[in-house]
Ligand binder design. Sequence first.
Ligand SMILES: Nc1ncnc2c1ncn2[C@@H]1O[C@H](COP(=O)(O)OP(=O)(O)OP(=O)(O)O)[C@@H](O)[C@H]1O
Length: 220
Amino acid sequence: MLHLDGETLAYGKTVVLSQVDFHLRPGERVVLLGRSGSGKTTLLSAAYARLADQMSEQIALVPQETGLVPQLSVFHNVYMGRLDAHGAGYNLLNLIWPQKAQRRQIDEILQQVGLEGLSRQPVAALSGGQKQRVALARAIHRGGSILVADEPVSAVDERHAAQLIDTLATRFGTMLLSLHDVALARRVATRIVGIKAGRLMIDKPAAELSGEELDALYRP
Ligand SMILES: Nc1ncnc2c1ncn2[C@@H]1O[C@H](COP(=O)(O)OP(=O)(O)OP(=O)(O)O)[C@@H](O)[C@H]1O
């Protein structure tokens, strides 16, 4: 479904990753690991751009900075995940006066991500972890079978992070994530890709990855 073959990923003349061979197959849950600044976001962005370009279905995206509109309510931010499913008139109506059917649908998702009762809160009034949950709810509302998410639970405590990732895994058949929590990565991933020194140093099934390989990935 996605193939990057020997590609160089750069910002202008600044090369971040060179000779990248990366693939994503339907049904995989691939987690990118690596130290801060290693290039996880760079690879995710390239992968998302390619998927969005090539696939006919929509791709759900959770960017690192969440991409929420702080002045708007939780409901409205989640609703925006699917603006393209409705006409302009219906979207405007929901902006002013959220419709019952939409409220019900979105309340159900909010419950799944632990935000029940917060639908009317402006996003600006939420904690970092709650904002991440809104971004996950928006991705779930967007739907489809593929999720690309950049550190989607970095501000959520360990136990809830695992629950949220499990919820995502039930909703999306194929996932490409970056995570900083190695234990969580091992728990969710079918494949782990480790980035270091401008290249993909690890690319193997999660079950085959040794502690020594992971240590080497994070060693300076
Ligand atoms: N827009 C940009 N222009 C120039 N350089 C950039 C840009 N975005 C990122 N970089 C550089 O590219 C490298 C990889 O950054 P990237 O954000 O992909 O890393 P990361 O592994 O996702 O880091 P983190 O875990 O901190 O989010 C870094 O050296 C960073 O400074």
